[in-house]
Design a protein around this ligand. Structure first.
Ligand code: COA
Length: 466
């Protein structure tokens, strides 16, 4: 079978940020809540002349330049986002327009691609659809690029405001990839109509049921993991001995990261689910120091579980103690912690958050000296509304070629801290798009918005600033 996966990836993060201490002071929140309870230190904020299209084009250009690629090497360019700029015109067309300023007019004409939407999970669907396009040999020896690009913007004063961020990741999908090959026939999904987080037409910020969305994320990823497990055992990808579970065969985790702490909680939830029926659970319970609570109605709805305050309180207590155990901490340190570093200093990236997590995992594990060749990465992707996808991939022997030069700090570049007043002015769109805070350098920016006449509304012109 054709081996397909991620050959390389490149990132783009805007230079403006808000510092958690300034933010905490302005909103009257204890800074420790943000630092530890959420796990955020810096949130990336877009400048007036930046949007999801130019962030996507900037990440893509980096990826192409780094790999000395020409548009002729690319057959598909997909973009996953939940920050679309137009109800009809795909983000791709803006991005192609920008890239063609560098590579020449019509240089991408032979290629194809669409914008994909399903909250934060659509990038994972896009990756697999493109991997299958290559497996089906429809690609004419060309590679695919999937870009995930988003601006996570919440209402001022809301609980979501400290889970904001912005950025893009461009992923190169190829046959015989240098970085990671997808495990075949195991990608698993679940889907359900839900209102945990949504953004009706014309609204710039989402409507969020925070606690509900947290729990739904966990439940949906757990269900997708169950489906993955069934496939992994059936295909023989994973063979279990007595007392083992599939997570024992996942060497590293990359999960959806609306904020760092959510990644830690997701790992705890999945491990509890996987370990509960294993012999090791006895030792775990001994260390936790209490029995695992069960809801009054174990087969109830999410609403009924959330309304079961006695259970919720006991479960919080159990989870916190579980996360203190040596059992949890060993897995956390070895398999998850490195993937969370970028999230703390960039914030939520919606579709891009798990892929920035993968990037973080590779860089910081490599810097720790871990030999990553042959390690299996397990992905837990979640999109509100809601759908989850669990899949895995094996890091290839040639991974060092790609990972050795990764340096998050250098790649983000020097950053500008916004005052809370400046941030709020940007948030409220009170500055015109051409009154940017930063001076762009070697990147695409928005230079013209609209065409002056009604029939030109929605026109966006971008330039590359060298
Ligand atoms: N020091 C350390 N930790 C503190 C603290 C302090 N002084 N005060 C509070 N905390 C901790 C809480 O104990 C909690 O930790 P826990 O998760 O381990 O229980 C954490 O900070 C968050 O506080 P909490 O009050 O539970 O939540 P919140 O009202 O701040 O809301 C979200 C958090 C994520 C629900 C909210 O930011 C949100 O709606 N975000 C957008 C939606 C989202 O990201 N959903 C995720 C799924 S897609």
């Amino acid at each position: 079978m054709t081996v397909v996966g991620i050959d390389d990836l490149a990132i783009y993060v805007p230079k403006l940020y808000i510092d958690y201490k300034d933010f905490a002071e302005a909103r009257g929140i204890e800074p420790q809540k943000l630092e530890y309870g959420i796990g955020i230190k810096k949130m990336a904020i877009t400048d007036t002349n930046q949007d999801p299209a130019c962030m996507a084009a900037n990440a893509c250009l980096k990826l192409m330049q780094k790999n000395r690629m020409h548009p002729q090497d690319i057959g598909r360019l997909y973009i996953a986002t939940e920050s679309a700029l137009d109800e009809s015109k795909a983000l791709n067309s803006f991005v192609i327009g920008m890239l063609e300023q560098v590579y020449g007019e019509s240089s991408f004409e032979h290629a194809g691609g669409i914008e994909c939407k399903f909250a934060c999970v659509s990038g994972s669907y896009a990756l697999h659809d493109n991997a299958n396009w290559i497996r089906a040999e429809e690609n004419n020896d060309k590679a695919a690029i999937v870009i995930v690009s988003d601006i996570a913007k919440y209402d001022i004063g809301s609980a979501g405001e400290y889970t904001q961020g912005a950025g893009a990741v461009a992923l190169l999908i190829k046959q015989d990839p240098r970085l990671m090959a997808f495990d075949p026939k195991v990608a698993s999904t679940v889907i359900k109509n839900e209102y945990d987080f949504y953004r009706p037409f014309g609204k710039e910020t989402p409507l969020v049921n925070g606690g509900y969305s947290n729990l739904l994320y966990l439940i949906q990823v757990k269900k997708a993991l169950d489906a993955y497990k069934e496939k992994a055992l059936k295909t023989g990808l994973i063979k279990l001995q007595d007392g083992e579970t599939v997570t024992d065969y996942i060497d590293l985790f990359a999960v959806h990261l609306p904020y760092r702490r959510m990644g830690e909680k997701a790992l705890a939830y999945l491990l509890r689910h996987e370990w509960r029926h294993l012999p090791r659970w006895k030792q775990v319970i001994k260390e936790v120091g209490m029995q695992e609570p069960t809801p009054k109605d174990p087969r109830g709805t999410i609403e009924s579980v959330l309304a079961d305050t006695e259970f919720m309180k006991a479960d919080e207590q159990f989870r916190r103690s579980f996360m203190q155990t040596s059992f949890y901490n060993e897995v956390y340190e070895k398999k998850l912690a490195s993937s969370l570093e970028a999230s703390s200093v960039i914030g939520n990236l919606y579709t891009a958050s798990m892929y920035m997590g993968l990037r973080s995992l590779l860089e910081f594990e490599f810097k720790k000296g871990t030999d990553l060749a042959g390690k299996r990465v397990g992905f837990g992707s979640y999109g509100s509304g809601s759908s989850a996808m669990v899949f895995s991939g094996l890091i290839q022997p040639s991974y060092k070629e790609v990972v050795k030069d990764m340096d998050l700090e250098r790649e983000i570049g020097s950053r500008i801290k916004l005052s809370i007043d400046q941030y709020e002015q940007l948030h409220r769109n009170e500055r015109d798009f051409n009154e940017s805070v930063t001076n762009a350098h070697r990147e695409f920016i928005l230079v013209k918005l609209g065409g002056g006449t009604a029939d030109k509304a929605g026109f966006r012109q971008y330039d590359y600033v060298s």
